[in-house]
Write a protein that binds this ligand. Structure first.
Ligand code: GLU
Length: 311
């Protein structure tokens, strides 16, 4: 049984058949890893003569840094990564997420869960069909019921065939957190659906979330976009660059070094250009998805050179 999703943000019938998006969380300034994801999703949308949206993923107000969203948007602008249409911010979408979750609860696809982390610890932290709550809590979570033997297969345009048995690997997953915030998995699926996104191009840290998102799309009766997961930039300790922000500066006043750096990290052949506009025109002409590394990249210690090697 599917849940009816009102068409609040759907594209008009004449909309392009390729609709991509870049969806940063406003947790700090754009760093090289986020610029890589922005450039990768932008260039594929432009090659396809498609629509490229920017969405601010600010459901988790605890992680939000004041002014970060405006800073990220200004940096994208300075780099020439111009989005189409209005920027959608998730904090404006509470009523929409609530309506979807109410429907899922009413149809038995979701349930209220009082389990604490300690209750789930004996099960590898997963919620597997049965609530183990040792008591009721004033602020329960809401979880998606993941039926037994739920296997999701998909083909990633960069990483190839993927498969996850969601009930075993993840279990019943959270749609609304116990602290009242909407879960990323819910917000991203509802927004991608409402915005008519056909192509999700993003960092490979979300490869593992994709099966959950496809499952939720199926339950909601939403189409599944195509997926492409770009390599992460890691520091020598294997941490995402966001954890060590200064590794490769992304300077809005001087975009060329960072543009060249992420272009090389995307495995692409050098482009001769003096300005971001020239560079981006060359990028649209030359980008080849087959050249994108299929593994994450460790930034060499002399990080301001664009030296990378496979993790
Ligand atoms: N907001 C997520 C992030 O900044 C990206 C989510 C997505 O692209 O699906 O890592």
């Amino acid at each position: 049984m599917t849940v009816h999703v009102p068409d609040s943000l759907s594209p008009t019938p004449s909309a392009p058949t390729y609709r991509g998006r870049y969806a940063p969380s406003p947790t700090g300034p754009l760093h090289a890893g986020s610029l890589l994801a922005a450039l990768g999703s932008w260039v594929l949308a432009r090659q396809a003569h498609g629509h490229w949206a920017v969405r601010i993923e600010d459901v988790d107000r605890l992680r939000e840094v004041a002014g970060a969203a405006q800073g990220q948007l200004a940096t994208l602008q300075a780099f020439g990564l111009v989005h189409d249409g209005d920027v959608l911010a998730q904090h404006t979408r509470d009523a929409r997420y609530a309506a979807v979750v109410d429907d899922l609860l009413a149809k038995g696809h979701a349930f209220v869960c009082h389990c604490s982390r300690a209750d789930l610890a004996a099960h590898g932290g997963r919620h597997l069909g049965v609530c183990r709550a040792s008591g009721t809590r004033p602020d329960p979570a809401i979880r998606l019921r993941v039926p037994a033997d739920t296997r999701v297969d998909f083909n990633d345009a960069i990483r190839g065939p993927q498969s996850q048995q969601v009930d075993v690997a993840v279990g019943d997953f959270v749609l609304r957190r116990a602290d009242g915030f909407w879960a990323y998995q819910l917000a991203v699926v509802v927004d991608d659906g409402d915005q008519g996104i056909t192509d999700v191009v993003r960092g490979a840290d979300l490869l593992d979330s994709t099966a959950r998102q496809i499952l939720l799309q199926r339950i909601l009766g939403l189409p599944t976009p195509r997926y492409a997961h770009l390599p992460l930039l890691l520091d020598a300790q294997g941490r995402k660059l966001s954890k060590s922000l200064q590794a490769v500066p992304v300077d809005a006043r001087d975009p060329m070094p960072a543009l060249r750096f992420v272009w090389q990290a995307l495995g692409q052949a050098a482009i001769e250009a003096d300005t971001p506009a020239e560079f981006l025109a060359g990028a649209v002409a030359r980008f080849e998805i087959a050249r994108v590394p299929t593994r994450d990249l460790v930034i060499a210690a002399s990080h301001n050179t664009a030296a990378t090697h496979d993790a």
